[in-house]
Design a protein around this ligand. Structure first.
Ligand SMILES: CC[C@@H](C(=O)O)C(=O)SCCNC(=O)CCNC(=O)[C@H](O)C(C)(C)COP(=O)(O)OP(=O)(O)OC[C@H]1O[C@@H](n2cnc3c(N)ncnc32)[C@H](O)[C@@H]1OP(=O)(O)O
Length: 256
């Protein structure tokens, strides 16, 4: 099974689907490469909106693939992976097209970081999400913490990051993290949510995104995301983090 799918949907929507439902759509290096490729494609003249979702109805994305990244032990090793993904999420943040995360199921850890880098987030009824990194003795490491702190009111963003809790769709809507809860087909929900943008000229969409992107430049967002990756890498090397990942992996083995 391909780990990701890139598809052109109706009305100029380019859709990136993380296709690892048995791993709750966790991100490995192949998915990272796919996302890089899709973001490049989304810059094309024929694309109006870039959307990201996960395969199946259980998870949008469970963050970094804890089994794939389990071999990364040192700060330097972790920084390579974290910094690469922070670079990808920055490209997503400043893509000169409107972007939307369709949260078809749970968004956990790095899954929330990917969603944060999009302009809009819609969530399926019953979905849950949370920045759980703190429970693994690390912080956000893909730049999503820096993004969240700018997109949500500071007190709400800090509470989400510090508490590292999983929240319901209704709570996430109250926080301003998701902008609509949908019930039926995720692509129809996306087309409906973005319909106002989809009937505009691409040049208009690009002009507004370019306007917004000035703000990220002024806020030195690229540098802040890189520093976030570097700080997370320091915590990554610590025994406390490896112990927490071991606990997750062992729980998994016991269930087999
Ligand atoms: C590394 C980057 C870092 C960042 O910078 O942000 C992070 O992303 S840290 C956060 C990493 N993610 C997590 O801690 C989430 C771990 N997963 C879960 O908490 C749960 O799986 C879930 C996402 C809430 C879904 O729960 P549920 O529907 O009950 O599914 P299971 O737990 O039974 O999982 C099914 C299957 O998938 C495997 N899985 C899930 N998440 C990951 C993951 N992130 N990496 C690797 N594998 C994952 C899980 O082990 C199960 O496997 P099997 O037992 O073999 O079926």
């Amino acid at each position: 099974m391909d780990p990701y799918i890139i598809s052109k949907e109706k009305n100029g929507v380019l859709l990136f689907t993380i296709n690892r439902p048995d791993r709750r759509n966790a991100i490995n290096y192949e998915v990272m490469s796919g996302l890089e490729k899709a973001i490049d494609m989304a810059a094309g003249n024929d694309i109006k909106v870039f959307a990201i979702t996960g395969a199946g109805d259980q998870a949008f994305c469970s963050g970094g693939d804890l089994s794939a990244f389990h071999s990364l032990k040192t700060e330097t090793q972790a920084y390579g992976m974290l910094s690469r993904m922070a670079g990808i999420l920055y490209k997503l943040l400043v893509l000169p097209k409107p972007t939307i995360a369709i949260l078809n199921g749970s968004a956990v850890g790095g899954g929330c970081e990917i969603a944060s880098a999009c302009d809009f987030r819609i969530g399926r009824e019953g979905m849950k999400a949370g920045f759980v990194q703190g429970n693994l003795a690390i912080t956000t490491g893909w730049g999503g913490g820096s993004i969240l702190l700018e997109k949500l009111p500071q007190n709400i963003a800090m509470k989400m990051l510090l508490d590292a809790k999983i929240h319901t769709a209704e709570e996430l809507r109250d926080f301003g993290f998701i902008h609509q809860i949908y019930k039926d087909d995720p692509i129809d929900a996306c087309l409906s949510f973005m319909s106002g943008s989809l009937d505009k000229e691409t040049t208009v969409l690009e002009a507004y995104k370019t306007m917004l992107n000035k703000k990220w430049k002024l806020l030195s967002m690229r540098e802040r995301m890189e520093e976030e990756a570097a700080r997370c890498a320091v915590l990554w090397e610590d025994d406390a983090h490896h112990k927490k990942v071991d606990e997750f992996m062992n729980k998994k083995n016991k269930n087999n």
